[in-house]
Ligand binder design. Structure first.
Ligand code: COA
Length: 122
């Protein structure tokens, strides 16, 4: 079973903050989304965000850059998955890629009643 997931898209004008770079909250939303997708894909259960730590914004993302998120499960718990997410961006004209952000995020699997639920190790 794949324990990694990547996604890429262009940074759009409506992702910008007041200084013209991608809004930090937008980056956090993307991190949460890829973490959610990987947690659900692996566990085959609905998952919720439990904990986010060590989020560091290293460099700004420019509008028009190709943004890439790479997520990997780094710890398999009973009901939780700890996922590392790296965010990078590429200026397509200059062919220049930089690392923008990294963070760790924990998801917990839930059953249909909303209680935490065991994740079967695949
Ligand atoms: C998710 C929820 C059901 C978990 O219930 P809980 O009784 O608090 O869970 P626990 O404290 O037993 O922790 C559950 C798992 O998360 C892990 N965990 C909890 N806090 C953690 C932390 N700070 N760092 C890393 N892992 C953590 C535990 O180790 C446990 O993992 P394991 O079962 O693999 O050993 C409950 O906290 C909840 O509903 N939270 C709200 C979620 C939410 O609304 N998220 C935002 C929207 S998606």
């Amino acid at each position: 079973m794949d324990t990694k997931l990547s996604m890429s898209f262009l940074a759009e004008p409506n992702d910008a903050n007041f200084s013209g770079y991608v809004h930090g909250g937008k980056v956090m939303k993307w991190i949460d989304e890829i973490g959610y997708a990987l947690a659900v894909k692996y566990s085959k259960k609905y998952c919720v965000t439990k904990f986010v730590d060590d989020i560091e914004f290293l460099k700004p993302i420019h509008i028009g850059d190709l943004v890439k998120l790479d997520a990997e499960i780094i710890k398999f718990g009973n009901t939780s998955l700890r996922i590392k997410v790296d965010v990078s961006s590429t200026n397509l004209i200059k062919d220049n890629t930089k690392k923008n952000c990294e963070c760790f995020i924990v998801f917990v699997a839930l059953d249909k009643k909303g209680n935490k639920s065991k994740i079967n190790k695949l």
